[in-house]
Design a protein around this ligand. Sequence first.
Ligand code: ATP
Ligand code: MG
Length: 432
Amino acid sequence: MIQALQAVRGMNDILPDEAEAWEHFEDIVRDWLRSYGYRPIRMPIVEPTPLFKRAIGEVTDIVEKEMYSFEDALNGEQLTLRPEGTASCVRAAIQHKMLSAGAQRLYYHGPMFRHERPQKGRYRQFHQIGVEALGFDGPDIDAEHILMCARLWDDLGLEDVKLELNSLGSPDERARHRAELVAYLEGHRERLDDDGKRRLHTNPLRILDTKNPELQDLVDNAPRLLDFLGEDSLKHFNGVQVLLKDAGVSYRINHRLVRGLDYYNRTVFEWVTTRLGAQGTVCAGGRYDSLVEQLGGRPAPAAGFAMGIERLLALWREGGGEAEPAQPDVYVVNLGEQAQRLAFRAAEALRGHGFAVLTHCGGGSFKSQMKKADASGAPIAVVIGDDEAATGEVGLKPLRGPGGQQRVALDGLANAVAECLFTENEEEDGSL
Ligand code: ATP
Ligand code: MG
């Protein structure tokens, strides 16, 4: 036998049971985004590599070691499977001059690729929903993003998702903090791990979010960014907090929250849960006022966030969230050539009236077809044999309620099905 091939490690198939839950989740998410006035945008999955180097930063986990980059064999162009969506979204907004029409509230969703060590909640192809607000400079939009998340957790019935908040200030403020931070870390150089030593002069801020347990007290006592913020940054940060308090959203200021991407400034936040083990961050974002300019656009402030769909779904499932399996309204049983032709007409007619219909395909005895009809979960079978075909009528058989099979003409079928579904629902409600 030929050996079967497997999917790439860390890249998952999402099989129908699970994919139905994804679709249900995506429906909720779409309604939620619309209710805040965000509009969809779809970007390519492959982008020029320099886009991510410029946007995310050369000295970041993503660019240093997680990108799927390759050379286009035909023209030598350096390309990368997108590791996140913000850079592409901003690139698209600049390319299509979207900001000349005013500020934009946008969202996208889809697969992202990072070459990480696969484990629960961490994959090489994973999915994000990303939200970006381009052209907004106030704390109001930052607060809107956080309130949006809180509402989504509520819509999904998620519990135990907590908000962590920090401000990274402006580049100047960060530079002053950085000098003090480097001096402090230099003083404890012998305690730093390899990563820390390497980052000390390239990206010392990232040392603050180390997960190494031996460094926790060292970074806890490091100089705090918040102490370096000037009046404007403090006012902005305060503005966000006032709106959060008004909305009753509680949070914790986490002085070590610095985010892994270089483009952030001022407000940054993460939503974390303790229910998913080590991979507990379900959503992260913040403000990135210099990115548009950095990618060649006219300067425009912006803020956004992204959530990990796999992690959110795991949490949703854990709290009992489940999608109803998709069931047809009608299963069409047919035996014989004429019957099959009538079955196709009947099924199409019903679909034309908005019913979900499974037509039996592949032949088989009447008995085996009826078994399939039962197993499909459909409440009604339409039964067509040679008798029915000869008269142009079909049999209508309720599969759950009492009632026996009745004959109906094709042009009265949709009404009869509607009536039958209605009676079944009445009976189900009555028995509750
Ligand atoms: P982490 O610290 O877990 O690596 P991150 O800071 O790299 O996360 P972001 O780039 O901010 O993550 O992406 C936003 C969200 O996307 C994360 O909060 C998480 O929910 C999800 N996410 C990121 N990387 C992965 C991955 N490899 N597999 C699954 N989900 C992921
Ligand atoms: Mg990461």
